[in-house]
Design a protein around this ligand. Sequence first.
Ligand SMILES: [Cu+2]
Length: 213
Amino acid sequence: MRPGHVAWQWALVFSCARAVAATIDATVLTSAGHPVEDAAVVIEPVAASVPKGKRTVTIEQRDREFIPYVSVVETGTMVEFPNRDAFKHHIYSFSSPKIFEIKLYAGKPVLPVLFDKPGEVALGCNIHDWMEAYVLVVNTPYFARTNAAGRATIRNVPVGHYRLRVWHPRQSSEWTLRDLEIRPGSAPTKLALVADIHARVLKPKPPVDSDKY
Ligand SMILES: [Cu+2]
């Protein structure tokens, strides 16, 4: 095939993708109007299945905390848990979508953990009681996590019918749900989403002692 032909094909694919996909610009607020950080904004197709991406994401153990506090991953994602501290962690989950533990380890565990079922997974550490983090496993590649201003941007969402969900570890009620229709267009779809969510409360941790606990 001539090189010029290939270039033309790619140009066509690119322009089509631009025409039939949209950007969602969501802001999550409490009912009192405060921005919510670390909320998952998830857009699930109602009917069509979407091609699965193969990804690996990282949840660090640093300064005796999990970073980040909330991760959103597509079903089938591998998660690595590198320990950046100078002492050991022993992390676990008892949540049914993914029950596992990585016993006392330093550095990077040999194998990443496969999150192969959708649902909510709470992480803890046997050594450090205050360590907590959450993994939300979803059947869609269209999601984002809100920043400190409560904003999350999801790009390249194809035109179609979706269910939009907002989730947070400290929500008072069930998922916030809304139907969403994505139409062709270049301007971002702006959504203001109000959810019954309490801000994260950092659990107190003792100073590092001589045993590097
Ligand atoms: Cu720990």
